[in-house]
Design a binder for this molecule. Sequence first.
Ligand SMILES: [Zn+2]
Length: 162
Amino acid sequence: MAPVLDRRTLLAGLGLGGVAWVLFRPAAGDAAPAFAVTHTQDQWRKLLGPARYHILREAGTERAYTSPLNSEHRRGTFFCAGCALLLFSSTTKFDSGTGWPSFFKPLPNAVVTRSDRSLLMERTGVLCRRCGGHLGHVFDDGPKPTGLRYCMNGLALKFQPA
Ligand SMILES: [Zn+2]
């Protein structure tokens, strides 16, 4: 004779299933944001070359003190190496002593941020708002007026003198 599953047990089981679904379903915020500029991985690789591809599309980090943009002190604008969106004004650049180009504020509507738990650290990743390219991270130990330090990979940026 088949075991009898009474109605109460059945409902309890369904209830637990429901709780599990609520706990473990992907959060809405985890969905990949839609970016205006998109390419396939192969297209990005061709467009960017291997070094820039690694930073922008694989969230890599260049070695400190390797970017010529560290010592770029002219007036002008830093733009995305992936899609040319203007990202930072030279007026917000400062010498952080970290070996990466650093800014205290991005241009309006230039970047988006997302939580980054790689390398066993809780960090905030900074992405280009238009192509989703990984630019670097933002920390809260920057100078006035924002107190923020946008620590950028020079390879993610290009510079246009004013
Ligand atoms: Zn971009």
